[in-house]
Design a protein around this ligand. Sequence first.
Ligand code: SF4
Length: 212
Amino acid sequence: MRTSRKQLASLTWDALCEAFPESECTLDNDTPERLAIRGILSAQCTDTRVNLTCRDLFGKYPDMKGLSEASEEEIGEIIRPCGLHKAKSRSVSEFSKLFVNEWGGKVPTDINELMKCPGVGKKIANLIVGEIYQIPAIVVDTHCKRVMKRIGITDNDDPIKVEADLNKVFPEETWISLGHKAVDLGRSYCDARNPKCDICPLTDFCKKRIKK
Ligand code: SF4
């Protein structure tokens, strides 16, 4: 009998909870605005590198007003280890200006408001509202996209469409944790080039595995 996507989602959630009960965001989380900036810097960079770099960034600019007044070049020099430093320094600069001048010193809860900041797309906005305000939102990164397609829960490659597919079959209360668990699965078993299907906790029902 064909397994529906909803059934696959339920099996996936149970297996992920058993394999990765402690999955969580690995970005440092001292204040909401700093977590948001770490989220911006995390694109194509490891969380460890972001956390280390932000010690320097917030060491030099301990408050958001000071950061909002720094030039993009000054910010770019510090965040260079995170890669894409020109685009990211612009995002950090714009984020701090919006935070100080438009948002009244509070990170917005509205995803569309957050996405006014250049460099803040749906993935980062979802991370911010989920981690800071516990608003249900799935962070669809490269790991999440890959594993969900392999399992058979989505056919899409566009992260926005993947998120919409996941939203349909996973209950809201799983959304924040789901992205973290999918990352752990991708790192531990479902490698892009060399998936360890034989020992993967999802091997009994994963479509990709079944087709091998
Ligand atoms: S069974 Fe293989 S393809 Fe499926 S999720 Fe596990 S590692 Fe990935």
